[in-house]
Design a binder for this molecule. Structure first.
Ligand SMILES: Cc1ncc(COP(=O)(O)O)c(C=O)c1O
Length: 387
């Protein structure tokens, strides 16, 4: 592994006090929650250390100095698109940003359309926010690849209560990176239906070699739709800092910027998270490149390990990020997660949390060193052999 990614020995990882590492007994390998096992990028560590040593841990401000500029420069370099730094807002995290924007733009009790299988808090957090969930499930082709279903999205948005569409781009848990055509189709449906469009691009910095992430706001939207479009991202997946609590809301027009400004008090991020985010986007690219290279290797290794240890499990390597969506239906297990936890001592996420289409699936976190990935697959394979 690249030395930038640090020493990820199991002993060191077990010293972490995060939920991922403390939920299960020490003989369980946690391959569930979406945080990676690599060490933090040095610029991120330095930013937080310097702030703590200076007692600089107070309140942030709604649009922190240098924040929009750091993201705009990163986006320009990576995607050839630079948002206006004045339209980049810090938020506590992506889900809080999404919930607050829904409060500010849609009526209580209205519907939000999602395309499952999808990140579980999209269901439960938005129900807690008093919104109904309307499903427009993705289509799965014969090879097991997922596709957005424009007909299903359009039909869902035609329902009288539907007020918003929430797109995950790149998509968790399938790892899909949407094409320009996919995004344009979503844009035209949302424009025609007159709904609020929320785009979650949290996994975008981790688009892997071969895939090109297209920021939604770079599409050149009609002003009418751009007035109702909010995109969200973060350094928290790419640089592994979700506990530092800082995300970004990015908009292109004054109207959505006004919604964010009005709600600033509910949206104040962690000051340490802001400093870490600026450091990540500005100085953390070498580390990000090391992670992307490792994840690129890991997704290939996972294909080989599955062929050896669990040949009947379906897997399409993700185009972005570190999550593998595994089709375990051919294993005929009543509860695949309970089986792998009990018999393999490996913790995974249950597919059903991602919607009904996730029955028989598990989500595996492969943001881990290759020897750990091998051990995970070895354990899972042995548990099936030993059934
Ligand atoms: C698609 C997606 N959105 C949002 C989040 C959570 O982000 P935050 O902690 O910033 O709310 C995750 C975390 O894994 C995610 O995968």
């Amino acid at each position: 592994m690249d030395p930038l990614l640090g020493d990820c020995s199991l002993d060191l990882l077990r010293q972490r006090r995060t939920w991922k590492w403390t939920r299960y007994p020490p003989d369980v390998i946690p391959a569930w929650l979406a945080e990676m096992d690599f060490d933090l990028a040095k610029p991120v560590k330095d930013a937080v250390r310097v702030a703590i040593e200076a007692g600089d841990a107070g309140y942030s401000r709604p649009q922190p100095a240098g924040f929009g500029e750091a993201y705009a420069a990163f986006a320009a370099e990576r995607w050839g698109w630079a948002p206006d730094p004045g339209r980049v807002f810090a938020v506590p995290d992506v889900m809080t940003g999404i919930a607050e924007v829904l409060f500010g733009t849609t009526p209580h009790g209205s519907g939000v359309v999602l395309s499952p299988p999808i990140y579980p808090p999209f269901f439960f957090r938005l129900r807690l926010a008093g919104r109904q969930i309307i499903e427009a499930p993705m289509r799965r082709d014969a090879e097991g690849r997922y596709h957005l279903d424009p007909g299903a999205i359009d039909a869902a948005l035609a329902q009288p209560d539907a007020a918003a569409y929430l797109l995950c781009s790149p998509h968790n848990p399938t790892g899909r990176v949407w094409s320009r055509d996919d995004l344009m189709t979503v844009a035209s449906i949302c424009a025609r239906r007159g709904v609020v469009l929320l785009v979650d691009e949290i996994h975008a910095p981790l688009a892997l070699p071969g895939a090109r992430h297209i920021p939604f706001l770079s599409l050149g939207l009609d002003r009418d739709l751009a007035q109702r479009t909010f995109t969200f991202t973060s350094a928290s997946k790419g640089w592994n800092t979700p506990g530092l609590k800082c995300g970004l809301a990015v908009v292109a027009e004054p109207e959505p910027a006004a919604v964010l400004r009005q709600r600033w008090e509910a949206l104040l991020p962690s000051h340490l998270g802001v400093l870490a985010t600026i450091a990540a986007f500005r100085d953390g690219v070498p580390w990000l490149e090391a992670v992307r290279a490792q994840l690129d290797d890991n997704r290939v290794q996972l294909s080989k390990l599955l062929a050896t240890h669990l040949p009947s499990v379906g897997y399409q390597p993700p185009e972005a990020s570190f999550l593998a969506w595994l089709d375990c239906t051919a294993l005929n297990l009543d509860d695949p997660v309970a089986h792998f936890l009990d018999r393999a001592r490996v913790a995974l996420n249950p597919g059903l949390d991602y919607g009904a289409a996730g029955r028989g699936f598990v989500r595996l976190n492969m943001g881990t060193p290759p020897d750990m990935l091998q051990e995970i697959l070895h354990r899972m394979g042995s548990s099936i052999g030993a059934q």
